[in-house]
Design a protein around this ligand. Structure first.
Ligand code: PA5
Length: 423
């Protein structure tokens, strides 16, 4: 499903010196010991997930089928990025199935939220609010506003259309959901936000959006089995993690996550959160940034090719994307594009990928890694996400960082709360 191409990294690689350390960390992660081990629930989640809750998610999506055309997903960070990444990768940016998914709870932008209120006025809506802590300000503000919208629109029926995903026992959202009688779904204690896409956090909005979550979990399980392998020499997730460390030690401090389809940009956003919040601590870590080519070759391409050398690139290349277009011939050829007549656009994109890979690595001397993923199916998505979870855990532990906390995020909140007058 995934293969890692290390043929363009422009540097000597000595995996042998990492092998024992990787083996040790692999066993610690699987035995759930070490820094942050209380949050290693994701590691065997593809086997251990709550099957009863999974069925409830399928039942809810089935029960509500035909009763809505708009899904509002209210959450931020790990409570929305995974679902959005999956949705866009699997269904594309303009799916033709009559269901629109709109993300709220991830911004204070009054303009954005006002436009959505207008946009959905005459739509049939369901609302999934997602917050592990139950107190995240962006999410709470949106939820109060859109809860009111739902109550004004649907009256008593609103509670059949609002679903809360939160802690099983504690928190403000849990108490509110109990009080209002919303159907509830659980974010397990031992899984942090950015590792939660295989829980109800990702699965419920995806099921409501028409994504096949059974296939998605099968992909995660495939990866769990394939990558439950202590040997660095045959585990591509650990090779990716070790390459990040090798390149960082050589002085590279930024990683561009590159994709070749606009519908993959949210995968990059999800990946940035995963690696940024997990690794950026104690003044260590590689800055995770991203670009979508060829679009961004027309903005960032110059810098990547010839600017100061601080970055390497990791390209997520999906080998089979659907819905190709054959470039049409034109008898007059006024635009001088007939040299591409009859060629599929997938081939043009592939040539852009190959040409850029060569320009950035061989000419620009930037290390490039290529992660090939078979296709953009739900199963491939599940596989890829588990691959990155594992790689991220390994990468952090190799750097002696706890992958599962985010102490720095609290600092802006304290400053903001003091300005907002929150006690
Ligand atoms: O990964 C994380 O832990 C964070 O990004 C959280 O998911 C995010 O801050 C939202 O938190 P909550 O689910 O508590 O509203």
């Amino acid at each position: 499903m995934i293969s890692l191409d290390l043929g363009h990294i422009m540097t000597e690689v000595d995996f042998d010196s990492y092998r024992d350390r990787v083996r040790q960390i692999h066993h610690d992660m699987h035995q759930k010991i070490g820094a942050g081990s209380d949050f290693l629930g994701w590691i065997d989640w593809p086997l251990a997930y709550d099957k009863e809750e999974f069925q409830r998610i399928l039942d809810l999506a089935e029960r509500m089928k035909g009763k809505y055309d708009t899904v509002l997903v209210c959450g931020i960070g790990g409570s929305y990025l995974g679902a959005r990444a999956a949705l866009e990768m699997i269904k594309g940016l303009y799916p033709n199935d009559g269901i629109e998914v709109i993300f709220i709870g991830n911004t204070f932008s009054h303009t954005y939220l006002s436009q959505i209120l207008e946009h959905i006025r005459d739509r049939e809506v369901v609302l999934n609010v997602i917050s592990k802590s139950g107190t995240t300000t962006e999410t709470s503000i949106s939820f109060r506003i859109f809860k009111k919208f739902m109550e004004e629109k649907y009256g008593a029926e609103a509670k059949e259309r609002i679903y809360a995903t939160t802690d099983a026992k504690r928190g403000t959202l849990k108490a509110l959901a109990d009080q209002e009688g919303y159907e509830e779904f659980v974010i397990p204690d031992n899984i942090g936000g950015r590792y939660s896409v295989f829980t109800a956090v990702g699965l419920l909005p995806l099921a409501l959006s028409g994504v096949n979550i059974t296939e998605l979990m099968q992909g995660a399980l495939d990866a769990f089995h394939d990558l439950n392998n202590e040997d660095l020499l045959s585990n591509p997730a650990y090779q990716y993690a070790v390459m990040r460390r090798i390149l960082n030690e050589k002085g590279y401090t930024a990683e561009y996550f590159v994709t070749y389809h606009l519908q993959l940009t949210m995968i990059a956003e999800w990946w940035k959160q995963l690696f940024g919040e997990s690794e950026g601590k104690e003044f260590k870590g590689v800055l995770p940034t991203s670009a979508c080519f060829s679009t961004d070759l027309h903005s960032l391409g110059q810098f990547i090719q010839e600017g100061s050398k601080m970055e390497y690139e990791t390209i997520l290349y999906i080998d089979n994307m659907p819905q190709d277009i054959i470039f049409p011939d034109d008898a007059e050829d006024l635009d001088h594009m007939n040299y591409l007549s009859g060629k599929p656009l997938s081939w043009v994109n592939q040539m852009a990928f190959e040409g850029t890979l060569s320009a950035h690595s061989e000419v620009g001397n930037n290390p490039n890694m290529v992660i090939h993923l078979r296709d953009n199916s739900a199963r491939a998505f599940g596989y890829m996400i588990y691959f990155f979870f594992l790689a991220c855990g390994m990468s952090c532990y190799l750097l002696d960082i706890n992958p599962f906390n985010q102490p720095g995020v609290e600092v802006y909140k304290k400053k903001m709360f003091s300005l907002l007058g929150k006690e």
